[in-house]
Design a protein. Structure first.
Length: 684
């Protein structure tokens, strides 16, 4: 993380800046439509309560038809039209996808895969993050845009590029090789340091000159793991450097306009270390698309929660999600009734102060024509568009929450990009391990137990929590081990799992037995991992079933309690889950993958830590609670996780969204299937 965080600066609304409001809108791509549609667009936007749109994201070829010609007339007209209708513009720098004239003249900007294949134009984002030629052309466009629109009253924020790294995070070209070497020189100073960090004594990999070093291109066998890890760090940094280059031009020309770029904190998108990027922009934005599966809504909540903590608990911008189906999954299913509003409000519950969609009007042509929009192919007279209007009204009713911050929970789940990258490298004991899924499973268990948990970067200050879960915290440099030790000694309850504490920042093993950095704290020692085969499971004596992993644990500290024993399999009769009391705190270890079986364990941990949850036991697991707050108020979001009506008794507060069954201040809050209620309560 950079040492001097950028202060948070929110949207510069065009007029009446004091009026609190939540942003509501979409990516707006008027260049895909004839001019006569534009007036219809703004009429519908106004009717739906849209107050902000992102414009020009993929407009480079239209704005600069050749190297030396420009066409801004249409964008001038759109900016004026939107402003005249009270709609603010989050203006893209338009650099996301280079135009054909540029790639024809300069094919050396095209990315190259690990196999040496060129990624040709024809789709989008076909540019090398490290290409000096691309950067020169892109920054010229950024400068031209900033000069032209600096004083336009609709300009409310800058949107750098689009989803940096969505398709081009890993480029193995010669440009990347040069930049990788520079990055390595900066990190290690000397080749001796690099050779040590990469463990090049192994397999005759010792480097004697910098120009021998390459990105981890397709190799005869497993590429050097630290080379792979450093290439991941470098690739994230290369895009961050590009982000800064655009941002610096914008700051120079329009210092009062906040700058953002849309992250992709969702699913398995792991190439960009957003915790490290967040300080580079004025406010965090995120794109989120629901992934099908039983944990679909939990994953949404998890991503929103993590985004909010990447944003430091301050408001952030949901730049994209979908009104209904997307086009890029193998089968693209429409959202069910209730999902559109619940998905949106779940993001708001976790700190989003703007709710936008991809995209305003569903495309008629192109690769995304089957992707839903706020105005679908069916037009204004459609269920999707009616629901969009309903959402606009709901967000209007929530205007007073704008600017409120997230109220910290008492439990946290640590999330760490370095551990994500490293634990999933190849040539490991079990290559089926999925880091993010582990963290998500713990989050689901907290949701099922009805207790709030924050998803926080491992680099953040977690010392104020009562319970910290660190699933598969694989990379543990000394300072992190010390912080966790201090947390426990101060009375905190730490839970960690298999494959945690194993390596340092160079991916070198902490010697002396596993789990390395945590052995003493946990009071256990493991000599060998015992991964389980695909489909193989083991029973625990508490009735749970483990998969993926097991370990022969030796208890080394007399105070350690065994919470569960292996009953079957090679480890039968040995400890599976252990807990070492440390003063009023504790250190718990889970040596197998429990998946959906985590809930009872979470409940007992919460009992030990005296964290009963804030909602009545009758709705435990059925309702997610998320809390935002100001100096005077708390805003409680009650989110129905089920497809049935849920009645929540005994919760007081003024209802901003939703309904009670009667007039009494604590009358039952009735949550429709997949429904959400929002209550305003005095600050606790
Ligand atoms: C995002 C992208 C949008 C659109 C959307 C479709 O990745 O930023 O331009 O492609 O996905 O879901």
């Amino acid at each position: 993380m950079s040492s001097t965080p950028t202060p948070h600066r929110w949207l510069r609304w065009p007029e009446d800046r004091a009026t609190p409001r939540l942003g509501f809108g979409a990516d707006y791509n008027p260049e895909q439509w004839p001019r006569e549609v534009w007036a219809e667009d703004v009429r519908l936007m106004r009717a739906a309560g849209v107050n902000i749109v992102s414009v020009a994201i993929f407009s480079w070829a239209r704005l600069q038809p050749t190297a030396d010609t420009w066409d801004f007339a249409w964008l001038d007209e759109i900016m004026d039209l939107l402003h005249a209708n009270g709609i603010a513009v989050d203006l893209a720098t338009a650099t996301a996808s280079p135009p054909p004239w540029l790639t024809t003249a300069h094919p050396e900007i095209l990315p190259v895969t690990a196999n040496g294949e060129t990624l040709w134009p024809g789709a989008r984002q076909h540019w090398r993050p490290t290409s000096p030629v691309f950067r020169e052309h892109a920054l010229r466009l950024v400068r031209t845009m900033a000069e032209r629109y600096a004083d336009h009253p609709a300009l409310t924020a800058w949107h750098v590029s689009n989803e940096l790294g969505c398709h081009n995070v890993y480029d193995f070209s010669d440009d990347a090789a040069d930049a990788f070497r520079d990055w390595l020189r900066e990190r290690y100073s000397t080749l001796d340091e690099l050779n040590h960090a990469w463990g090049t004594a192994f397999w005759s990999q010792r480097y004697s000159a910098w120009d021998q070093i390459l990105p981890p291109r397709l190799a005869a066998s497993h590429p050097n793991p630290t080379q792979q890890l450093d290439f991941k760090r470098f690739s994230s940094d290369a895009l961050k450097s590009y982000l800064r280059a655009e941002r610096d031009v914008l700051r120079e020309l329009t210092p009062d306009v906040p700058v953002t770029t849309n992250f992709m904190v969702m699913g398995e998108t792991k190439g960009m270390d957003y915790v490290d990027w967040a300080d580079e922009i004025d406010f965090v934005s995120n794109d989120h698309y629901v992934l099908p599966g039983v944990q679909a809504h939990d994953e949404l909540s998890f991503s929103a929660n993590l985004t909010g903590h990447i944003a430091g608990g301050l408001p952030w911008f949901l730049m994209e999600h979908s009104t209904s189906a997307v086009n890029w999954q193998p089968i693209n299913v429409a959202k069910k009734p209730g999902d559109l509003v619940r998905d949106s409000l779940t993001h708001v519950a976790h700190g989003a102060d703007a709710v936008c969609f991809f995209q305003w009007r569903q495309s008629r042509a192109g690769a995304e024509k089957y992707h839903s929009g706020m105005v679908p192919h069916a037009g204004e007279d459609s269920e999707v568009h009616r629901t969009v209007r309903e959402l606009g009204a709901t967000l209007g009713a929530l205007a007073e929450i704008a600017g409120s911050e997230q109220v910290p929970a008492r439990a946290a789940i640590l999330f760490d990009w370095e551990s994500w990258w490293t634990s999933e490298l190849d040539s490991h004991p079990n290559n089926s391990l999925r880091y993010r899924q582990e963290a998500l499973d713990w989050y689901s268990a907290f949701l099922a137990a009805g207790v709030r948990a924050d998803v926080v970067p491992a680099r953040s200050d977690f010392s104020g929590y009562d319970v910290v879960v660190a699933p598969v915290l694989h990379v543990v440099p000394g300072a992190l081990a010390e912080r966790l030790q201090a947390f426990v000694e101060a009375g905190g309850h730490l839970v960690t799992t298999y494959f945690s504490g194993i390596v340092d920042q160079n991916d070198h093993i902490h010697l002396g037995g596993y789990p390395g950095a945590f052995s003493d704290l946990l009071g256990i020692r493991v000599e060998e991992f015992a991964p389980l085969l695909e489909g193989e499971t083991v029973l625990l004596d508490d009735g749970n079933e483990g998969s993926l992993w097991s370990e022969p644990i030796t208890v080394t500290d007399a105070s350690v309690e065994v919470l569960a024993w292996y009953k079957t399999g090679e480890q039968g009769g040995r400890p599976a889950i252990t807990r070492r009391p440390v003063g009023s705190g504790s250190a718990t270890y889970v040596s197998t993958r429990l998946g959906t079986g985590l809930e009872p364990l979470v409940r007992s941990l919460l009992d030990d830590a005296h964290l009963p949850g804030d909602l009545p036991a009758t709705v435990r697991g059925k309702v997610e609670l998320a809390v935002r707050g100001t100096a005077e108020h708390e805003f409680w979001f009650l989110i129905n996780r089920t497809a049935e009506q849920v009645d929540v008794d005994g919760v007081t507060g003024d209802v901003l969204v939703g309904r009670r069954s009667g007039g009494a201040p604590d009358a039952t809050v009735v949550l429709a299937p997949r429904g959400v209620a929002v209550l305003r309560r005095p600050k606790a």
